[in-house]
Design a protein around this ligand. Sequence first.
Ligand SMILES: Cc1cc2nc3c(=O)[nH]c(=O)nc-3n(C[C@H](O)[C@H](O)[C@H](O)COP(=O)(O)O)c2cc1C
Ligand code: SF4
Length: 608
Amino acid sequence: MSLSVGSIDFSREWVSSQPQPTSTAQISTQASTTSPAVAAHPRFRGCVVRRWSAVLVKDIPASWRGRAPAHHTPLGGSLTPTGARTGDRGGLASTDVPSLSSAVSAALAGAAGLAVVAAHDLLQRKHSILRNYPVIGHARFLLEGVRPELQQYFVERNWDGRPFDRDIRSIVYERAKGIAGEQAFGTERDVNEPGYEYLVHSSLPVPEPEQPPRVTVGGPDCTRPYSMSLLNVSAMSFGALSANAIRALNQGAATGGFAHDTGEGGLSPYHLEHGGDLVWEIGTGYFSTRTKDGDFDAAQFREKASYDVVKMTSLKLSQGAKPGIGGVLPAAKVSQEIAQIREVPQGEKCVSPSTHRVFTTPVQLIEFVARMRELSGGKPAGFKLCVGSRVDVLAMVKAMLEVGTTPDFIIVDGSEGGTGAAPLEFEDHVGMPLTFGLMTVHNALVGAGLRDRVRVGASGKVAAGNDIVKRLIQGADYTNAARAMMFAVGCIQAQRCHTDTCPVGVTTQSARRQRALVVGDKSVRVKQFHEATVAEAVKLMAAMGVRDPADLSPHQLRLNISPHENRSYAELYEWLEPGELLTDPPESWAGDWAAASADTFRPTSRRT
Ligand SMILES: Cc1cc2nc3c(=O)[nH]c(=O)nc-3n(C[C@H](O)[C@H](O)[C@H](O)COP(=O)(O)O)c2cc1C
Ligand code: SF4
């Protein structure tokens, strides 16, 4: 048996090593003296509690002692309610007094501790609640701390969790583990509520193709096109993700035959370790390819883009979770390793500015993307953006027409997209949701007669087969997933990615926490999640009577616009005809088309 006061242990060993008392007085003296460990302990040195406990033990009334429950003594055997050791008849057993004394000491020490906390709370000036409610006010901080877990485990329903609901998280985990991911008894969703969307099946489904379809990325100016999966790993940097997470994603991509976007944090050794196909992204910091002054370094870009594993290069203009702002990696996080990979000074704040140095006009943007393609030896080059306005997109399209070349791909990120860290205002209130961004880019390219030269990627909460099919209908050629891939490597949506305390090692730089993520095991999950999700998308398309994604049409996605009515995307939205903007822009597009200029990102006239 062991009783403890604070960190002090009244163990069987100590008790048995003491001379055994023969009278109550002796017991109380011994209790007041306590162990050498207690006496030596800084918290108890000269402590009044010790002296008080001696007095109290002496003064315990016999009646109170008599009510004590039977319990085991430190010397073995048990005490009767009168305090006698088993077998004794009446009287206070020699060994129950130190335990009573300890309990009293503990209570007093606790009270003293609370008094200290209360005094501190009353005097501190940072937290109003503690000044008014000392001690108990801490409960608020405690509950606040466990709120996400309480919400997730006890409050949220299967379909209404955010950002990803339990159904989606479960399906990703199950598919990643190679479990069927099926559901019994029917949908839990309200299929009549406004906003509910569904895919239109055919009365004559077609057999599924043996291999899932892929899409070739690379326009007429590209000499080394890349065959892209319908689902790929979206951009996430080393720094935002741990080394082990990057390794697992890359190994999954290598074994599963899909692409892994590096994110803007540079080309790290972890991206190169397993040989998965890479889309090398550069942002405004030009990490891994920057001069000392923070400019784009063409020579380095040429060298690294020539690596065999780099299949495409991508210029990041913006990201759905934080469009229009750059990023800062605090000085403390700029370790030697990150400094080396990003080519920035170690221990200094690492800033990604909000604007690029390589272009200021739409024409310069398109010219720069063409330069990336050339420097990479003809590999596909493109850009990623969250759409702000239609005029912005049309300005880029006009620049393509003027320069006479196009990017090989454009990745459209929705405002519902994720991030390692961003201000709430930007996450919640800036940028176009994926549905509208995607239809804008798709229609702008169609209307300008350029759609067949440019592939469109889509990212924004793609996690299941229906997400892929829906995005293909809305104008994408392929999709990327970031957070669903994080689930596949073990993310539990604790939403602490920015604190470096990720409990499962996905978004932390702490070597200890990263141990949680076993690369070999999680890479298999990434592969299996990808395979099963694409297979579901293919199965859905077959049920819709489609074998080739190019045959999907906006008629095949319907939206409830009220509890009593629904419409297809073909009816709800405008779909431009190829080249229509060049010849006779429809009235709804004419104002924006006129306002867009290849020479400026500022609209030149009033827009629609
Ligand atoms: C942890 C994390 C880091 C990210 N880092 C980048 C990045 O470096 N570059 C980028 O373009 N997007 C970045 N993103 C955005 C994703 O690539 C993606 O566009 C967005 O999260 C939407 O996809 P999702 O809904 O599947 O997560 C990041 C997202 C997350 C969650
Ligand atoms: S478990 Fe939490 S902290 Fe870790 S990656 Fe997922 S959301 Fe971020």
